[in-house]
Design a protein around this ligand. Structure first.
Ligand code: PCA
Length: 201
């Protein structure tokens, strides 16, 4: 049984994506015996959607944590809900723009993580991590893979803990980057530990 951790490539006007650097830092420093699969996904509706479904099918992860960048975030955001909707003003990295498109016809308009986010937020606060709870992951690629993952797990009837977390952009001061990365890597390690053992909440 494995754990799955994903981040995203840069996109739009962003020359870099901290979610990519955070997951790579975790991969490089992972010492646990438990297998961790780390993937940096393309910022493409089709490519990222296919990648997450393939990973679920092949790896059968026992917990899934997905990270992406939210430009407007001041604190990491625990995303509660994924919408069955692709709708963004910017194209993806393959040049595809989607407006008002249903992801899975016949599926519910929204799906919710099974994780108790209030309990998770309190647990993380106890470990020194300030995080926000968000009810809207947007309607771009992050939301797309979150919806696809939650939908597939529901289809499978799998109780697999699955969470999307948006991280803020890097601080503008270059000197703050190392601390930002260390803080977010520590948060992600704690999140993985909880998702792998949800009874700790
Ligand atoms: N953030 C975008 C897509 C990739 C990423 O890191 C989003 O919020 O959808």
């Amino acid at each position: 049984m494995t754990l799955l951790l994903t981040g995203f490539e840069p996109f739009g006007t962003h020359a870099e994506n901290p979610s990519q650097d955070i997951v790579q830092a975790i991969e490089e420093s992972w010492t646990s015996d438990e297998e961790l699969i780390v993937r940096v996904l393309p910022v493409e509706y089709r490519g990222a959607g296919k990648a997450i479904l393939d990973l679920i099918a092949r790896a059968e992860p026992r917990a899934i944590l997905m990270l992406g960048l939210a430009d407007s975030a001041a604190l990491p955001r625990l995303e509660r809900v994924a919408l069955n909707l692709d709708d963004a003003g910017i194209a993806d990295n393959a040049g595809v723009t989607r407006r008002g498109e249903t992801i899975r016809v016949g599926a519910p308009l929204a799906l919710k993580t099974g994780i108790d986010l209030l309990a998770l937020q309190a647990h993380l606060a106890g470990a020194g991590h300030g995080v926000e709870i968000s009810n809207h992951a947007g309607a771009y690629i992050c939301n797309h893979i979150y919806f696809e993952a939650l939908h597939r797990l529901a289809e499978l009837g799998a109780p697999t803990p699955c969470l999307f977390v948006h991280v803020p952009p890097y601080p503008t001061e270059p000197s703050g980057r190392a601390a930002f990365l260390a803080q977010h890597a520590a948060l992600v390690r704690d999140l993985i530990a909880v998702l792998a053992n949800p009874g700790t909440l």
